[in-house]
Design a protein around this ligand. Structure first.
Ligand code: 8YV
Length: 333
């Protein structure tokens, strides 16, 4: 009988996933769920056949250079792989997989929630009651927000998540605009009545809402640069459920403070888990809504992510090509 591969998982996963992994593999779990240090990660890569990291693990070329001969697969528990040096892994013959599709709809829901919550002052209103602040009763001029229906939404990155956001947004009466490396297929464009903008600059200057839904790659780092953020209209609202690094956060903060735009809904940050105190101050004034990277955080989604990780591991161990292999070219493009 073949010996079971040693699979090292860097964080605790939902119970059914851990149970299944223990049945199938020699599984080593991070019992107290602390984010692993760089040294602990290197140690894990020295002994494991398979490493299952998450977004909190940064795996660079120098760390991969210290990996053991046994390491064959990095089965990432997550879709975005910007925390892993895919080139360096490939150069060592280490396959990298991710967990696409199973978190598309959940992340789109959270994106839509922010598109609704920021202009309608949802968190601000809820806090007035829960904090016991004074509510004199209903008034025709109190807590007025901005209308959502009939406005324009510009989606930056029309992949699976961007498309799922577009479908929801249409049901809320928003018109769909998008910027992408290339237009989506004609049927999708027609279904969504979406307008393709080859020029991101031109799109940004005309939108009421902008949603960031592209991956973080070398090509998208600070794609929403200071110059581009300044193109936004003063009544525009920016939502980011993708990666903090896609937006120049320091510039965004300045622009929000100067009332250069109307507000923002952010689920991701440039230096997670640190959140800039100036953003917290803007949040206290109701201008922005900040969430602690919860976009895909549903029980159902996490279990499906785990199932994908397991399928990727089993397929590779059976000598086949795992379904969710990430190729270096996909990340560089
Ligand atoms: C996860 C995410 O929370 O998959 C992603 O890219 O950002 C989130 O869904 C995280 O990646 C888990 O590792």
């Amino acid at each position: 009988t073949r010996t079971k591969p040693l699979v090292i998982v860097t964080r605790r996963l939902p119970e059914p996933v851990e149970t299944r992994m223990r049945e199938l593999f020699q599984t080593r779990l991070n019992i107290d769920d602390h984010p692993l240090s760089q040294a602990e990660l290197v140690e894990a890569m020295r002994s494991a056949d398979v490493l299952v990291p998450t977004v909190t693990d940064r795996i660079d070329a120098s760390m991969l250079a210290q990996a053991g001969e046994r390491l064959r697969l990095i089965a990432h528990f997550g879709t975005g792989v910007d925390n892993i040096d895919i080139d360096a892994a490939a150069a060592r013959g280490v396959t990298v997989t991710n967990t696409p599709r199973v978190l598309t709809e959940d992340t789109a829901d959270m994106t839509m929630a922010l598109i609704l919550a920021v202009p309608r002052r949802l968190v601000e209103g809820a806090r007035i009651l829960v904090e016991g602040r004074e509510w004199k009763g209903w008034s025709p001029t109190w807590m007025l927000g901005r209308r959502i229906w009939g406005k324009r939404l510009g989606i930056v990155g029309m992949g699976r998540i961007g498309t799922a956001v577009a479908r929801r947004a249409r049901a809320f009466g928003l018109s769909i605009h998008y910027h992408n490396r290339r237009p989506v297929d004609a049927a999708t464009e027609e279904e969504l009545e979406a307008t393709y903008w080859d020029s991101l600059d031109q799109m940004l200057a005309r939108m009421d809402f902008v949603s960031v839904n592209c991956p973080h790659t070398p090509a998208t780092y600070h794609l929403l640069s200071r110059r581009r953020l300044k193109l936004l209209r003063p009544d525009a609202i920016l939502v980011n459920t993708a990666r903090g690094e896609v937006v120049d956060e320091a510039a965004l903060i300045e622009i929000l403070e100067e009332n250069g735009i109307a507000g923002a809904g952010l689920d991701v940050f440039e230096h997670e888990p640190a959140v800039n105190p100036r953003l917290l101050k803007l949040a206290r004034h109701g201008k922005v809504i900040l969430l602690p990277h919860m976009g895909s955080a549903t029980i159902d989604g996490r279990i499906e992510m785990g199932e994908k990780v397991i399928i990727n591991i089993r397929t590779l161990m059976d000598g086949h090509r795992p379904p969710d292999r990430v190729l270096p070219s996909q990340v560089r493009a």
